[in-house]
Design a protein around this ligand. Structure first.
Ligand code: ZN
Length: 146
């Protein structure tokens, strides 16, 4: 991969992240089971809600405040994992965690979430990228908030 291509790819990733930050998909809570997580180190504060029926993640909503990485990641998550079975969603969540820690050749089923590959170079931001995914993981494992 030459340097020019690499830079273009990074700017494309940045554009996708900024688009989800400015125009979040599936934002706003509707009263489904939820998990709330805070990341005190940078002020991220996210609640994830999911509608799970017949073992399928039908819909994911999110609400919260935080940095662009954190908020965009919740929006990307809500689109990427919608329609997956709980088992598939749990696998992709694990793959996402490994990818942001630097694993090469991540699972392409992560689709738009692949834009967070670059986060591996900024260890302080890994928490920002993963907070909403951790919240959904807890939710899918039955550890929901009251
Ligand atoms: Zn953050």
């Amino acid at each position: 991969m030459n340097d020019k291509y690499k830079i273009d790819l990074e700017s494309l990733y940045r554009q996708v992240i900024m688009d989800h930050y400015k125009n979040p998909r599936n934002k706003g809570l509707v009263g489904w089971p939820h998990v709330h997580i805070k990341n005190p180190s940078c002020g991220d504060d996210i609640t994830i809600e999911a509608l799970v029926e017949d073992g399928v993640v039908k819909k994911i909503h999110h609400q919260g405040t935080g940095c662009s990485i954190c908020c965009s990641s919740a929006s990307v998550l809500s689109e990427t994992l919608e329609g997956k079975t709980v088992e598939e969603a749990n696998e992709l969540i694990e793959e996402f965690f490994e990818m942001v820690k630097g694993k090469e050749n991540p699972n392409e089923e992560l689709e738009e979430a692949l834009v967070y590959q670059g986060v591996a170079k900024f260890p302080a931001r890994i928490k920002c990228a993963t907070i909403s995914w951790k919240a959904l993981q807890r939710l899918l494992n039955g550890d929901e908030d009251e």
